[in-house]
Design a protein around this ligand. Structure first.
Ligand code: TXA
Ligand code: MG
Length: 343
């Protein structure tokens, strides 16, 4: 049985924290997406996270902390650059990859000699971690492969009955996961674009390595193991159509008609501005292109929205790959397994 704890339920939050401390699994809101938390130093609890998600065991977890002092038991050293980044972006959507301390179980790091750590900004996340008095390993709280959850009901859809608690903190404000930055290498490298943009990082520490690893081929071993899996996917096939707006709309409408003639139902993923331009049975806007952060905040909700319909295929517009748009397009391309029509 999974218990839902509402934002104003002080007693419930305390019980969930106590549960976390004793090896139970607690899903909680962060500013990026909901996380599925377990005591990071409890191997049995960490293993249950992999089971509940159906996650491959070679994909390591991020450890969440609420106090800077928690770092010392988790990492071997704190490089000077890390201090600057932590000052600038913690609490917030930046995950740093450190050399791990021997105390961190292999189950978390999937056998790597590094550990990914972040301090989330969401006040309920911070309170839960403080109350539990443990570091909290937490992947996104979705079944493996599905779009990440940005509301408590998304978590319940995927994990109800598999975990002890879900803390409902309302919708996540950022909507895409944290940026994962490797600082164990001479030039820091973005392993996953996210809530803190490349420009924001470079303004603080200077040049960052080109993230060629983000477009991995099958025979290349990505530095961030999670990047090789099918991810964020709605049930229906997803195809991105990229090009000049007018042409994209025309092409998508033509593709929708074509599918209709074959007796198939097509959906369209778009932005608020272009919604009316489509003639399709299901049209879902992720947000507004005038406010790229709204596209990030609405992306996973939109992808999950198609699962509530019976569409056979989804066509999506491509969005600007600037700022937070880098993270949005990274997730969209993964959700589409790289299928893009350029016109
Ligand atoms: O915003 C977020 O980061 C959310 C919330 C819940 O905090 N968490 C999240 O966790 O997205 P997850 O497990 O869905 O993604 C973790 C990513 C994966 O791509 C994983 O491979 C990478 O971080 N990762 C974890 N530890 C790593 C390490 N030691 N070295 C390189 N990549 C690592
Ligand atoms: Mg995830």
């Amino acid at each position: 049985m999974t218990r839902i704890i509402h934002a104003d339920d002080e007693q419930g939050l305390k019980q969930a924290a106590e549960g976390l401390r004793s090896g139970q699994l607690v899903a909680f809101p962060t500013e990026t997406v909901y996380g599925l938390g377990a005591d990071a130093l409890n191997t049995a609890a960490v293993k249950r996270v992999f089971e509940a998600k159906g996650r491959p065991s070679d994909n390591p977890l991020i450890v969440h902390i609420a106090e800077f002092s928690q770092l010392s038991e988790l990492v071997r050293e704190i490089p000077p650059q890390a201090r600057v980044l932590m000052e600038a972006f913690w609490p917030g959507p930046l995950t740093l990859v450190f050399k791990k301390s021997p105390r961190v179980p292999d189950a978390i790091t999937a056998g790597l000699d590094t550990v990914a750590i972040r301090m989330p900004q969401n006040p309920m996340a911070l309170r839960l971690i403080r109350e539990a008095r443990v570091s909290v390993a937490a992947p996104s709280a979705n079944r493996s492969g599905r779009p990440s959850p940005t509301t408590a009901s998304h978590v319940a859809e995927d994990l109800n009955g598999r975990i002890e608690y879900i803390i409902d903190g309302g919708p996540c404000t950022v909507g895409v996961e944290s940026t994962v930055l490797d600082i164990t290498v001479p030039v820091p490298m973005i392993l996953r674009p996210g809530g803190v943009t490349r420009e924001m990082l470079e303004a603080v520490i200077g040049p960052i390595a080109a993230d060629t690893v983000l477009e991995v081929s099958k025979d290349q071993k990505p530095r961030s193991p999670g990047m090789k899996y099918r991810h964020y996917s709605p049930r229906a096939e997803l195809v991105i159509v990229r090009g000049e707006t007018g042409k994209v709309t025309e092409k998508i409408n033509a593709l929708v008609r074509e599918k209709q003639e074959q007796g198939l139902k097509a959906g369209v993923l778009t932005c608020a501005e272009n919604r009316e331009r489509y003639n399709a049975p299901v049209v879902i806007p992720a947000g507004s292109i005038k406010e790229p952060s709204s596209l990030a905040a609405g992306l996973y909700q939109a992808l999950r929205g198609f699962d509530e319909t019976d569409v056979d295929i989804i066509y999506s517009e491509a969005f600007q790959e600037e700022g937070i748009g880098q993270a949005v397009m990274n997730r969209l391309k993964k959700a589409a397994s790289g299928k893009i029509i350029d016109i």
